[in-house]
Ligand binder design. Structure first.
Ligand SMILES: C[S@@+](CC[C@H](N)C(=O)[O-])C[C@H]1O[C@@H](n2cnc3c(N)ncnc32)[C@H](O)[C@@H]1O
Length: 286
């Protein structure tokens, strides 16, 4: 269902705007800790997207996820790439011309024809994986790089992960968007804020708990963190065989489980390219 914002009262909006302005001033003066607290105070009054945007730059400093995604493409030069959630094609634009691409989205909104190296499947990811074997669609090659950025609900992202991993090799890299929520409201399943990451954080929690064989981190990219999984195992069964039970178990986790330990629980790593490159280079080589 499309998000319909609840209009704040005039007083609440005025209070949020005043706090945001103080936050911006503090940021300009280099007082980022105070700026972050003022942003949090602003959004307590009203859903103020500018405060959330500044909050994301303060909490997750460095290049935004498109730039990091583009760096990863240039560094890995993957032969194949699978993207769930294509939308207007902004993340697809990071792909190199020599990479063979599968893009999946029930409602893609590309401004023109897809690039010559991309095939777009106009369906949900569940329907796509029920009908197609991604390897067969890629001429027998595994998915070398994947980006999961479709439906912002945990159980969808979990199924996407299971299906993508099956099509990978041990040297593949799986990326996931929206893994690091800024606060409880933006992390709800039902969208109540313009700036929204949903509950993909549950997938990070699950992978870091139940799959010690994987390397699972969240790169601190604004606006909402970029999950990265290395060493995928196409033969792994633990998630696929327990999908229903795990879905129920992790849906029952309250956002409060992250209180005071969010960075550690979601494996937050600094958004610095040398560190990200080192992580990529330490993965099993083909
Ligand atoms: C946030 S947008 C993707 C943005 C894009 N990856 C980018 O960074 O430029 C999310 C997209 O996921 C698509 N989507 C929603 N449910 C989906 C599903 N079940 N399977 C695949 N895509 C889905 C939506 O149509 C929307 O275009």
């Amino acid at each position: 269902m499309a998000f319909e914002p609840t209009p704040p009262t005039a007083d609440a909006e005025r209070a949020a705007r005043a706090l945001f302005r103080r936050a911006r001033l503090n940021h300009w003066l280099g007082r980022d800790g105070a700026a972050l607290e003022l942003c949090r105070a602003a959004v307590a009054h009203a859903d103020y997207s500018r405060a959330y945007t500044l909050m994301s730059r303060l909490a997750l400093p460095g290049e935004n996820y498109f730039r990091v995604l583009a760096r990863i493409h240039r560094h890995l030069r993957p032969r194949t790439y699978l993207e769930i959630g294509v939308s207007r094609g902004d993340s697809l634009a990071c792909v190199l011309p020599a990479t063979r691409v599968l893009g999946i989205d029930p409602q893609p909104n590309l401004p023109g024809e897809p690039p010559a190296n991309a095939r777009i499947y106009r369906e949900t990811s569940d329907d796509f994986f029920a009908k197609y074997d991604p390897r067969a669609e890629l001429g027998g090659a595994p998915v070398e790089l994947a980006f999961i950025d479709g439906m912002h609900h945990f159980e969808f992202a979990l199924r996407d992960f299971v299906n993508v991993e099956r099509a990978c090799s041990r040297s593949s890299v799986i990326l996931m968007h929206d893994c690091y929520p800024l606060d409880e409201r933006t992390a709800r399943r039902e969208q109540v804020t313009g700036f929204w990451s949903g509950d993909i954080w549950r997938l990070m929690l699950l992978l870091r708990t139940l799959r010690p064989d994987l390397t699972v981190h969240t790169i601190a990219t604004p606006p909402t963190g970029l999950g990265i999984v290395l060493n995928p195992d196409p033969a792994a069964r633990v998630l696929a065989d327990n999908l229903e039970a795990l879905t129920a178990e992790y849906l029952a986790r309250d956002f409060g489980v992250l209180a005071g330990r969010q960075a550690e629980a979601l494996g937050l790593i600094e958004n610095r390219w040398p560190a990200i490159r080192a992580l990529l280079d330490a993965r099993p080589q083909p």
